[in-house]
Write a protein that binds this ligand. Structure first.
Ligand code: PRX
Length: 630
């Protein structure tokens, strides 16, 4: 293989020998020739209480349906089917607290017991099929139980990352009309307590739909409990209603499994809807193939279950594969920047999946933090969330992977539910390229007019084929679904990213083309940051943009018009930063500010971010002819 970009890493022979997919070209060609047959083969490895009539129903495209007519439940495949084999005694989940002396482990048998208990409690609170349950929990085992319990009884989970503020939580609860919130007293963040229950109290004050709040005791922090609305989980668990078998409800393959809010181009977050049937096939297959999942594996995905990566590849994907998932409550640099490597060594992790930001952060502390640990159990490494720069790729490969472990880069989105561009371990890897479309998928790079651009040219990344784990719609907003993803180029899915394709068919993702910024791998909308800023009394108007950042990938820069008489100052900047943290989330804190007299706008009043970016980077402002008052 040749490339004008840089190195190609051929997978070591022992990796190819062991790989499920050895001859990837043959599988790719077979799946390309008949994608539906490929997906039907994959689906038949799972259990369905009634088989499908049709693999793909595209009669109402872009509202695609998969495995129509089939009856199933993702919990049947993620938990129940493992109970009748030796897998019942295998560890499903190893959990380690931020205080690493706290360890909890669950076999598939005991995971089932916990899920049944949580499901019984939900049923006793009147939660039924189709009801939305909001889950606002940290990285503790109960988040697995809560998600699986909802799925088991046909309820729809809406997990909100436990770092969002009360405002953000309340907006999402209201939008989904949740009657029940599951939370914890607090979470541990670098040795300090983050007051989750307090945030829920503030949020539900403005959310009339919420009837019950279930609280898991985690940090032991004192909290206020409303005598009618709030219930300790451990107290509910002692009641007779919590005991006994809870059957897994068989559902239509297209019944909703979850909604997950993510940022888009407007201030209103989008609720992405995924369903049981297709999502289980997509996450099962992609994890199995790309990470060569085997029974002896210990799989660590460092993502939080509050994001799609945690949904698909920390909770559902590993369990669907009967693997052992590892979850760590803490952060990668606390108490020392070798905590991850200490855990990899101690627990014998074989496959480790993380984000470029974390790699770049840890890389800065130097090799010694890594090399003092024996990481020889590692076989495969993975990357997700943003483009991985070749320097970070090489460090991850050489220092963490000892030069032996292929790095599986995985490009995908909350909307796609499963990997879309990646490699399998037997494929050569190119540092900085996410790889090739998954089996059964085809991608293209288009220009503004919808023509495919020549090899090596940047353009809009689109996906040509529907895939089983694709979102089905935006919850309660089908028009926005059609318009945001399927209208620019009819018949193909618009990803919102720009990319190039090389002569070997490898895709090099460059970044977002819309008003979404990836900051440390977290997805934020500029409009969300702007509306948080304008709710501060000193701010009249604000524009947020992403600027390149060595560790975070992008950092948020804000141009702010101040109210009459307010002067810019360091203190004001700090105040604005904290205000965004409190009204949206600490992950959205702006890095830098400027305070112009006016924002550059088009005559129709649209902020020209291109000009703001050029100004912030000290570059030429380019064509100013469309600027108002130009
Ligand atoms: O810009 C792409 C980037 O993350 C976006 C999707 O964000 P989110 O829905 O939060 O999902 C993140 C985890 C799946 C994409 O539009 N992105 C994700 N993975 C990669 C990536 N960019 C480059 N390389 C990746 N591997």
């Amino acid at each position: 293989m040749t490339t004008d970009h840089q190195d190609v890493f051929e997978p070591p022979a022992e990796i190819v020998d062991r790989a499920r997919v050895k001859d990837w070209r043959a599988v790719e060609a077979r799946a390309a020739a008949d994608p539906q047959a490929y997906w039907a083969d994959q689906a038949s490895e799972l259990e369905w209480s009634k088989p499908w009539d049709k693999v793909l129903d595209d009669s109402a495209a872009p509202f695609y349906k998969w495995f129509t007519g089939a009856r199933t439940n993702i919990v049947t495949n993620a938990v129940d089917r493992h109970l009748s084999s030796a897998t019942r005694n295998k560890l499903a989940l190893i959990w380690v607290g931020e205080d690493t002396s706290k360890v909890r482990t669950f076999s598939y048998f005991s995971l089932n017991r916990e899920v049944e208990q949580m499901a019984n409690i939900l049923l006793s609170m009147g939660v039924g099929k189709g009801d939305v349950v909001t889950i606002y929990l940290p990285r503790i085992p109960e988040i697995f139980f809560a998600m699986l319990a909802c799925a088991k009884i046909g309820a729809v989970h809406s997990v909100i990352f436990a770092g969002y503020s009360a405002d953000a939580l309340s907006t999402r609860i209201d939008d989904s009309e949740s009657k029940l919130v599951i939370t914890a007293d607090g979470s541990w963040v670098n040795g300090k307590v983050f007051p989750l229950k307090k945030i829920v109290d503030d949020a539900v004050r403005y959310s009339p739909s919420v009837e019950n709040v279930v609280v898991v005791r985690n940090t032991g922090t004192e909290v206020t409990m409303d005598t009618v609305r709030d219930h300790w989980y451990h107290e509910l668990a002692r009641l007779p209603i919590a005991k006994g078998h809870c059957p897994t409800v068989q559902l239509d393959a297209e019944d909703p499994l979850f909604i997950l809010y993510t940022s888009g181009s407007t201030g209103k977050p989008k609720a992405i809807l995924h369903t049981h049937g297709g999502y289980q096939v997509g996450t099962y297959t992609t994890l199995k193939d790309s990470f060569d999942m085997k029974p002896e594996d210990r799989w660590w995905c460092t993502a939080d279950p509050g994001w799609i990566t945690g949904h698909s590849y920390l909770v559902y994907g590993p369990l669907l594969n009967g693997a052992t998932a590892f979850m760590f409550e803490g952060n990668p640099t606390y108490p020392y920047p070798d905590i991850w490597w200490q855990l990899v060594e101690h627990y014998g992790i074989t496959s480790f999946y993380t984000a470029p930001t974390a790699i770049r952060t840890l890389m800065r502390f130097g090799d010694a933090w890594v090399t003092k640990h024996d990481l020889s159990t590692l076989r495969l490494l993975g990357s997700v969330g943003e483009p991985i720069n070749p320097e970070a790729w090489r460090w991850f490969h050489r220092v963490v992977g000892g030069g032996r472990c292929p790095i599986i880069d995985t490009w995908w989105q909350t909307e796609t539910g499963m990997f879309q561009i990646t490699t399998v371990p037997s494929m050569p890897q190119k540092p900085g390229s996410a790889g090739r479309p998954v089996f059964g998928q085809q991608a293209a790079i288009l220009d503004e007019a919808g023509h495919e651009v020549p090899v090596g040219t940047e353009g809009f990344l689109v996906l040509k084929n529907p895939w089983p784990a694709m979102m089905r719609t935006l919850f309660k907003d089908p028009d926005r679904y059609r318009q945001a993803y399927w209208e620019k180029y009819p018949g193909v899915y618009l990803t919102g990213d720009s990319a190039r394709i090389d002569e070997d068919g490898y895709i090099w993702v460059i970044g977002r083309t819309d008003d979404v910024i990836k900051v440390s791998g977290h997805r934020l909308g500029t409009a969300e940051v702007e509306s948080a800023l304008v709710s501060h009394p000193a701010v009249v108007e604000a524009a947020a943009i992403g600027l390149p950042h060595e560790v975070k990938g992008n950092a948020i820069h804000c141009s702010v018009i101040l109210a009459n008489g307010v002067q810019p100052s360091r203190e004001l900047e700090e105040d604005l930063r904290n205000h965004v943290a409190e009204t949206l989330s600490p992950i959205a804190k702006p890095d830098s500010f400027d305070f112009p007299e006016k924002l550059p706008k088009t005559r129709s009043g649209k902020i020209m971010r291109r000009i703001l970016r050029a100004r912030a980077l000290g570059q030429d402002e380019g064509d100013l002819s469309t600027l108002e008052n130009s």
